[in-house]
Design a protein around this ligand. Sequence first.
Ligand code: UDP
Ligand code: MG
Length: 168
Amino acid sequence: MKKQATLVIIKPDGLKKSLTGNILTRLSESKLKIIGSKIMKVSYSLAGKHYTHLKDKPFFEELVKYITGELHGDNRVMALVYWGESAIEKVRKLAGATNPEEAQPTTIRGQYGRILTSGLFENVIHASSSEDESEREIKLWFSPDEIAIDLYPAKETTVKQCKERVWK
Ligand code: UDP
Ligand code: MG
């Protein structure tokens, strides 16, 4: 079986409800390796790129408010890359169905997700659903140096006149 990488995002509801530990424990059942992890805030630009396949859906705007933390008043997410055999399928299974009401009760979304009155699925985690998607998403959320293995081909580049925030 082929080794794969998959992106997991613990969404703002997961952090606000202090579910991070529980979710990581559930994901550790997969015996996959974590090869990248960080707490970060999500910009509108990143949210739009991440959910680009849903741009035409009526819930897109609210979805962007959800992942950027605007809905929960907590803009933190935890982004993780898991690596190993059938990683995508293993993590999707532990995550459960997109709709938390349809998700098996023992899955992460079944245990901790809910449907908002607006109809939006507040389902606690994102998990990549195919190899094409995981590669696109991991490259969007992580730089090569933030991943513990040489996952995809990378190159060195000299960045000139680029603004960067540094510690004072
Ligand atoms: N979503 C929603 N209603 C829908 C479909 C999706 O609220 O009918 C939200 C939900 O939070 C989901 C996210 O949009 O996790 C991304 O949708 P996708 O179809 O990619 O589902 P996923 O891959 O997350 O299971
Ligand atoms: Mg998806």
